[in-house]
Ligand binder design. Structure first.
Ligand code: NOJ
Length: 798
C-alpha cells in the first residue's frame, strides 16, 4: 500500500493519503528554534532544547496530537473541518489532501466542500519563530462566508516533563492576554529580574497577520469545551472563540478570522508563533503584513538547503537510490547532525547532551555536502576528548572544553548517568577526520590545537595519538582492546577486561589512518611504533577471532567466546564481518567467506540482522539484548546503522550487486509501496526493523534521529558510487548492479565541479576499463586534484 510519492524535481515527498500508518514527520527550523510537524500537522516546537525550551504541547505515543491546527468553518452552514485531515478527520470520500514535506518546510493542502486550503509551515532561515501561512481559495461557484481559526496549545512550563507531571505547580503559573492581533502567554509573570528558585519569566505569542482577528481564546478548556476533543472544539462549533483568557490551568492560542470569498477568489494570511515578549512579537509580525514575505522566506530556505544538497547529486537507473541520495538521506543526515538524538516523536528531548560515538559518526553523513559544517563539529567533538584519549560518553549541551569532569569523577557519572568509558567512542574520530581532510583538502587541520575536555590541549594529530593510547593502555587478556562499559553495541557488556573484535578492528583501522598523518609529518619513529603494534594487533585478531568462515564477536571477561559458530544462539554477528573488510584486516579469501556467511545466515528481505539466532535461553551474563523480544533491536533485529557498513564492505570488495541488494532491502524509499508493512516514513531511515521471530517482520521504528542516516550515506556515496577522495585527489570506483548500463554523478570537490558519466557496456559490478578527464585519458581511475579545472567532464567506462 502506498500513501505518497517522491517529487524529485522539487525535492519533496508528497503524501496524498493522510491516514498514514504512523505520523510521518518533517523537521523545520534550526537548533535555535526547532519544530517537528507530521503530515496531519501534529507536533511541537521548542527553543534551543526539546526538553527545556518546549513551547507547544505534544503528547507522545498518543495518536499524534495536538499540533498546529487551522480549523475551517463554513459560516453559512456551520459545517467545519481542518486544513490538515486531522484533528477533525472528515470522511476521506469527501476530503482530499496532499502534504508536501520539503526541505525545512511542509505545505499541507486540502480540498473540501469547494474550498481549497494550503497551509505552508516553516521556520524562516536563522530566525526563532515559526510561520503558518494560510491561503484559502473558493473553488465553488457561490460566495462563501468562512471562518479560519488557528489553534496551538502552549505548554505551561518550558520543561516538557514538568509540564506533563508536576501539575500542582505548573497549572498555576501561566496566564494569557490578548493584545493587537495576538495572544500573549506569560509564565511566572511575577518573576521580573532574576529567576526565583530556578524559574524565570517566560513569554510566548501566537499572532495573526494579514487578516482581522474576529475573536480569540487563550484558555484551552474554554476553546475545546468540557468533554470535547480537538476534533470538535466548541469554539469551532459555535464559530466564535468567545474572547476568554486563561488565568491558571492551561493556556492556548486561538484566533478566529472571518473571510468572504467570491468564486475563484483567494485570500492569504499568516499565524505566527514564537517565544518572545510583546515588543519582539510586534516587530516580527510587522514583516508578515507584507504579502511577499512568506514567498521570499520560503525561497531562502529552498536556496539554502538545495544549495547544500546539490553539492552531490546522482542520476542512476534506481529512483529509490536517487531519491535517497539526492534529497532524503542527505536531509536526514543534516537533521541528525544538527539535532543529534534530541527531539523527535520518539525522543522527548530529555537527553542532556550529545552521545560521543553517535555525533562523531553523524558528521560523516554531511562531509561530502558541507565540509565546513563538519569541521566545526569535529573541533567540538575533539574538545570533548579527555586527555587520556577516551571520549566523554555524553557531551553535555553546556560543554565547557578544558573544564569538564570525566567518567573517572563521580560527579560526571552522577550528572550524566554514564558510569564508565566506552571502548569505541574516540576511535570513530579516525574515519571521520580522515574523510573530512580528504574531502576538503584541509591538511593543515592536523596541526590545529584543540583543548581536551578536562585539561590541557594538543594538536589534532596529538588527539588522535592519544586515542590510540587510550585503547592500547586498556588491553584485555588476549591483547585486544578491552570491552570497558560497552562497544558500539550498547547491549554488549563483555566486562571491563572482556574484548571486542569490532573495537579491535576499529583500532586496526585507526592505526592505518594515523600512519597517513604520521607520513605527512615525517614522524618516522611513530610510524615504526604503529607498524609494530598494528602487525601485532592484526595477528592477534586473526589468531583469536577468525573461525572457519566468520569472525567471532569477542571474549567475555574470563575468556568465554562470544559469537562462536557452534553457539546455540547468537552464533553469527554482522559487524565483525563488515568491519573485517572496512578495516582492511581480512585477507581477500577471508572477506569473501565472511561476507558470504552474512548473506547466508543474516540476510532477510528487509535487511541484514545484527546477529542470529536471538538470545533466549543461552544469553551470557551481560547480554542485555535479551531484554528485547526476538527479532527486535539488538536481539537479532535488523539494526539499521550496520546496513551502511555492510553496503560499504561489499562495495569495497567490488560486489556491486550485493551492495545494492543490501541498499535496496533496507532503503525506506524502496518500501514506498509497502508502507503498511514498514509503518515508518518511506523517506527516512529508522533505528531498526523487526525481523524473523516478530509477527511484524519488516516494521521499522525510531524515525529520523539515527546513526543509520550517516552510515547508509557513506555506504552509498563512498561505496556504491565509489567517491574515494584522499589527501591529493580522488579515486572514482563505483560498485553498482551489473545491469546498470550508465549513470551520472555531479560532485562539488573542493570547489571544483565534477560531472561524471559512467557507462557499463559489459555489465560489470565494478572496475574501470578507462577514464578520461576533460578529454584526456587517465592511467587509471584516480585524478590528482591539481589536474582539475573549475568544471570537469569525466567519463568512466566500467
Ligand atoms: C543506539 C545508540 O544511539 C548507538 O550509540 C548505539 O551504537 C546503538 N544503539 C547500538 O546499540
Amino acid at each position: 500500500m502506498k500513501y505518497g510519492h517522491f517529487d524529485e524535481t522539487r525535492k519533496e515527498y508528497v503524501i496524498d493519503r493522510p491516514d498514514t500508518p504512523a505520523p510521518w514527520a518533517n523537521y523545520l527550523g534550526s537548533p535555535a528554534y526547532g519544530a517537528i510537524i507530521s503530515n496531519n500537522a501534529g507536533g511541537y516546537s521548542f527553543e534551543k532544547s526539546g526538553a527545556n525550551g518546549r513551547i507547544i504541547r505534544y503528547i507522545f505515543n498518543s495518536f499524534d496530537q495536538p499540533g498546529r491546527y487551522v480549523y475551517l468553518r463554513d459560516d453559512d452552514t456551520s459545517d467545519f473541518w481542518s486544513a490538515s485531515w486531522q484533528p477533525v478527520g472528515k470522511s476521506l470520500d469527501e476530503y482530499k489532501s496532499e502534504c508536501h514535506h520539503g526541505t525545512a518546510y511542509t505545505n499541507i493542502m486540502a480540498d473540501y466542500s469547494g474550498i481549497h486550503s494550503e497551509v505552508l509551515y516553516y521556520v524562516p532561515l536563522d530566525k526563532t519563530h515559526e510561520v503558518w501561512n494560510v491561503t484559502l481559495t473558493n473553488k465553488s461557484d457561490k460566495t462563501r462566508h468562512l471562518s479560519a481559526i488557528g489553534f496551538c496549545e502552549f505548554t505551561n512550563d518550558c520543561n516538557y516533563e514538568q509540564d506533563q507531571v508536576n501539575l500542582q505547580y505548573t497549572l498555576f503559573i501561566s496566564r494569557t492576554y490578548y493584545r493587537d492581533q495576538k495572544i500573549l502567554q506569560v509564565i511566572n509573570e511575577n518573576v521580573v529580574n532574576d529567576s526565583v528558585d530556578g524559574n524565570a519569566v517566560n513569554k510566548r505569542f501566537f499572532g495573526l497577520a494579514g487578516s482581522e482577528v474576529a475573536s480569540y481564546c487563550g484558555d484551552k478548556e474554554e476553546f475545546l469545551g468540557m468533554y470535547h476533543t480537538y476534533a470538535d472544539p466548541v469554539a469551532v462549533i459555535n464559530g466564535d472563540c468567545g474572547n476568554k483568557l486563561n488565568y491558571n490551568e492551561n493556556s492556548c492560542g486561538a484566533l478566529q478570522t472571518k473571510i468572504t470569498l467570491e468564486p475563484g477568489e483567494s485570500k492569504t494570511f499568516s499565524f505566527i508563533l514564537g517565544m518572545k515578549d510583546e515588543a519582539a512579537a510586534n516587530e516580527i509580525m510587522k514583516a508578515y503584513e507584507n504579502e511577499k514575505t512568506c514567498a521570499t522566506e520560503l525561497q531562502e530556505l529552498i536556496d539554502y538547503w538545495h544549495g547544500k544538497l546539490n553539492n552531490f547529486q546522482v542520476k542512476t537507473p534506481s529512483e529509490s537510490f536517487n531519491n535517497m541520495i539526492n534529497t532524503w538521506n542527505s536531509y536526514q543526515c543534516f537533521m541528525t547532525f544538527i539535532w543529534s538524538r534530541a527531539a523527535s516523536f520518539t525522543y522527548c528531548g530529555l537527553r542532556n547532551g550529545y552521545g560521543y560515538r553517535d555525533t562523531v559518526q553523524d558528521i560523516q553523513g554531511i562531509i561530502h555536502l558541507a565540509p565546513e559544517m563538519a569541521l566545526e563539529k569535529i573541533r567540538f567533538m575533539l574538545s570533548a576528548q579527555v586527555d587520556n584519549g577516551g571520549g566523554l560518553p555524553l557531551v553535555k549541551y553546556t560543554h565547557n572544553p578544558g573544564h569538564e569532569d570525566t567518567p573517572d569523577d563521580p560527579s560526571y557519572v552522577k550528572e550524566t548517568g554514564h558510569p564508565a568509558y566506552r571502548a569505541d567512542d574516540a576511535l570513530w574520530l579516525f574515519p571521520t577526520i580522515y574523510k573530512y581532510i580528504a574531502e576538503s583538502g584541509n591538511i593543515g587541520f592536523i596541526d590545529e590545537v584543540v583543548p581536551f575536555a578536562n585539561k590541557d590541549e594538543g594538536t589534532v594529530y596529538e588527539h588522535l595519538k592519544r586515542a590510540i593510547d587510550f585503547s592500547m593502555n586498556r588491553l584485555g587478556d588476549n591483547g585486544m582492546p578491552a570491552g570497558l562499559h560497552a562497544d558500539w553495541n550498547d547491549c554488549l557488556r563483555l566486562g571491563k577486561r572482556g574484548e571486542s573484535t569490532f573495537v579491535a578492528m576499529q583500532l586496526y583501522y585507526a592505526m592505518t589512518v594515523i600512519k597517513y598523518f604520521a607520513e605527512l609529518k615525517d614522524d618516522a619513529d611513530y610510524i615504526d611504533y604503529i607498524n609494530e603494534i598494528q602487525y601485532k594487533m592484526g595477528s592477534t585478531i586473526q589468531e583469536k577471532c577468525w573461525e572457519d568462515d566468520r569472525y567471532i564477536r569477542g571474549y567475555k571477561e574470563g575468556g568465554m567466546v562470544i559469537g562462536s559458530k557452534n553457539d546455540p544462539e547468537a552464533s553469527m554477528w554482522l559487524n565483525p564481518q563488515s568491519w573485517a573488510v572496512i578495516s582492511g584486516l581480512a585477507t581477500r579469501e577471508q572477506s569473501e567467506l565472511a561476507l558470504e556467511s552474512v548473506h547466508r545466515e543474516l540476510n532477510t528481505p528487509y535487511g541484514v540482522r545484527l546477529m542470529f539466532p536471538p538470545y533466549k535461553e543461552h544469553a551470557f551474563d551481560g547480554a542485555l539484548m535479551l531484554l528485547f523480544n526476538a527479532g527486535t533491536k539488538e536481539n537479532a533485529g535488523i539494526f539499521s546503522q550496520p546496513q551502511g557498513w555492510i553496503i560499504l564492505a561489499e562495495a569495497l570488495m567490488g560486489h556491486g550487486n550485493r551492495a545494492f541488494e543490501y541498499f535496496d532491502e533496507s532503503s525506506p524509499a524502496s518500501m514506498n509501496d509497502k508502507a503498511e508493512v514498514r509503518k515508518l516514513e518511506p523517506y527516512c531511515h529508522g533505528q531498526f526493523t523487526e525481523s524473523v521471530g516478530s509477527p511484524y517482520e519488516g516494521r521499522s521504528h525510531v524515525h529520523w534521529l539515527t546513526g543509520t542516516a550517516s552510515t547508509c550515506m557513506v555506504g552509498c556515496v563512498e561505496g556504491i558510487m565509489g567517491m574515494r577522495p584522499d589527501f591529493y585527489g580522488i579515486k572514482i570506483a563505483p560498485a553498482v548492479p551489473s545491469d546498470w548500463k550508465e549513470f551520472d554523478i555531479t560532485k562539488n570537490y573542493r570547489g571544483k565541479k565534477l560531472n561524471i558519466h559512467v557507462t557499463n557496456p559489459d555489465g560489470h559490478e565494478s572496475g574501470c576499463q578507462s577514464m578520461t578527464v576533460n578529454g584526456k585519458a587517465m592511467e587509471d581511475n584516480y585524478i590528482l586534484f591539481d589536474e582539475l579545472d573549475d568544471v570537469n567532464e569525466i567519463t568512466l567506462v566500467m
